[in-house]
Design a protein around this ligand. Sequence first.
Ligand code: ADP
Ligand code: ADP
Length: 231
Amino acid sequence: MKALEVRDLVKVYIRRKSREKLVAVNNISFDVRRGEIFALLGPNGAGKSTTIKMICGLLRPSKGSIEIFGNDIQKDRKSALRHISAVLEGNRNLYWRLTPLENMEYFAGIRGKMLKKAEAFEILKWLGIENKANDLVQQLSRGMQQKTALAVALASDAKFLLLDEPTLGLDVKSSVEFRKILRYLTEEYDKTILLSTHDMNLVEAVADRVAIMSQGKIIINEDKDKLLRVF
Ligand code: ADP
Ligand code: ADP
């Protein structure tokens, strides 16, 4: 079974006042296999965030279907989303006035899981931020916040992680560290990862497969190694 199957997906935004239509995602289809890192690569405005928001259930598709581990998101939303945890761009899904530990407990709780402190600390330790467990998220560096967002995602036990621009705004050191973490997550913990980025270096370092998006369409969908031979 595939982790994700996206078929003929379309998203049309309609401006409220002018009623002008914008086709942000224009009939895309792609699959993500279990245990791989799949990258959506493309410039700003290509439709990557919109795609990710539809897959994590934040936006309703205008057309097309999304299946997550065999569950159709529009027919059985609960089963489909149970497998997914998303880290959105800018960590808009973290509470800035709470600590990493509190964020983890809160979001695990929403998903019906009583997170044990020991488990939370194990995750924070694994990410190297256990000494920040009780600091406010707003006081942390960008890299630490990004790790906190990942810690929240891991605490929910989701098998499938969606990461929108995971290394945006990170310095080189944090960025390199983050790449290692992503590889570990798939290799040691059997996670599947779909990420969006405009950073070719990130793709080169971590991705197994790459779909290049431009103006709402997927123009190339290829194994990374094959793709790199072309460039
Ligand atoms: P990317 O993540 O690749 O930068 P986005 O999915 O954010 O691309 O944006 C795709 C297009 O959709 C852009 O033209 C953007 O301006 C537009 N867009 C994104 N969100 C909205 C929205 N909520 N309403 C209207 N247009 C939007
Ligand atoms: P992202 O997740 O990529 O940050 P945003 O939703 O923040 O996406 O916005 C992406 C782009 O879409 C921005 O350029 C913004 O101006 C445009 N946009 C966002 N919301 C709307 C909206 N309601 N109407 C028109 N354009 C929008």
